[in-house]
Design a protein around this ligand. Sequence first.
Ligand SMILES: Nc1ncnc2c1ncn2[C@@H]1O[C@H](COP(=O)(O)OP(=O)(O)O)[C@@H](O)[C@H]1O
Ligand SMILES: [Mg+2]
Length: 327
Amino acid sequence: MTTPLLSVRNLTTEFHLPDGKVARALEDVSFDVLPGQTVGLVGESGCGKTTTLMSVMRLLPASGRITSGRALFQGRDLLQLSEPQMRAVRWKEMAIVFQGAMNALNPVMKVGDQIREAIELHNLMDRDAAEKRVGELLEMVGIQRARRDQYPHQYSGGMRQRAMIAMALACSPDLLFADEPTTALDVMIQAQVLQLLKEIQKELGLAIVMVTHDLGVVAEVCDSVVVMYGGKVAEYGTADAIYNAPQHPYTRRLLASFPDLNRPGDTLASIPGTPPRLTDLPTGCRFHPRCDVKVEACETVSPPMLETEPGHYAACHLCQGREARFS
Ligand SMILES: Nc1ncnc2c1ncn2[C@@H]1O[C@H](COP(=O)(O)OP(=O)(O)O)[C@@H](O)[C@H]1O
Ligand SMILES: [Mg+2]
């Protein structure tokens, strides 16, 4: 079996809110990322996708705290590293394209200068070498070098997103987190950005964790899928298994609300009801208030993660399987 590049185990993260309440944003989140593969993190808004990435990158805001779990990356537990040790990993070995990042470019600075600054910040490179790298990165993401000296407003949305991807790749990481990289783009451009990510992945052997609420995106690019609900993993398996044999009622509802997987860009039709408030989680299964197949146990007993088929996991009382053991 291939050794995972990243193994997230039982990751549990909370936010301490100004009113003294605690929001349990993540509980017991586990999944693997294999070298060169793409993992999709999917689920409705607020289910903990961004928090998962920010926890692993150790970029949570001050109110956030990882209370348990591990994030094994190339033999080290990132959650145990000191901040200086983490700084040697962050951006260099693993990088992130933040949610909404394409709108965070500095409007009064040339795009090429912004990319060069990102390179200089992390790399001991002289100006000439950094400038050469800017050219390489622009080329890699399909932006003509001639546009190096343009400002963000002269770029289309898709180009700004490409520029953000170029910045994240500045130090040639092995793992890229992409948080909703296509959400703000129109359908044609979404497809182009996904295609670009696939090409870069192939060229660099990059592993990608792609956050999206768009199951079309997942079908297009992901090898495996983590379906999250209310801060927990509802289901986890290969993209094939998730699409062809979904086990969790929530996954089934997600898929049913998304009729045409060949049209990336369609957004999810809503599932009746709303996700749970993390300061006030329901007892039992977090999905039970919205579940149309629940049984009595669902209201009181939190369902264990079961291995329903080898490598396919679901946390649902209605599923059959052995209790999952992640090594
Ligand atoms: N800085 C924060 N302070 C307090 N709560 C937060 C913070 N960031 C996220 N949360 C809460 O954690 C939950 C998960 O958020 P997030 O990871 O951003 O979800 P997603 O990316 O899936 O939309 C949400 O309920 C959100 O309200
Ligand atoms: Mg998010």
